[in-house]
Design a binder for this molecule. Structure first.
Ligand SMILES: [Ca+2]
Ligand SMILES: [Ca+2]
Length: 96
């Protein structure tokens, strides 16, 4: 993978079951897509949204992400920035 230029396929599954497939994504680039399914604030990637996701979300919000991908996951309103607007989406998903 170190010499790869493209990722063959990226599959994104929404929390309500929708699935988005993006093919031939260039490596080291930001690819964007959209969904009406909402985004799952699963910061620790355990496929659940619960209290264990709060600490990594707060770290991402305060500019101290554990991993670079946390900045992408924490952008719950999909506007490519991490700010207070993502908190409402995070809390809504947690209590749903
Ligand atoms: Ca989680
Ligand atoms: Ca955002």
């Amino acid at each position: 993978m170190a010499n790869a230029f493209l990722v063959d396929l990226v599959m994104i599954r929404g929390p309500k079951g929708t699935q988005t497939v993006v093919e031939y994504v260039a490596v080291n680039r930001v690819a964007t897509t959209s969904t009406t399914d909402g985004l799952l604030p699963d910061m620790n990637l355990d496929r659940k949204s619960d209290g264990k996701d709060v600490a990594p979300f707060v770290l991402a919000m305060t500019g101290q992400p554990i991993r670079q991908m946390d900045l992408v996951i924490a952008d719950l309103n999909g506007d490519a920035t991490i700010y207070v607007g993502d908190v409402a989406a995070f809390v809504t998903q947690l209590i749903d």
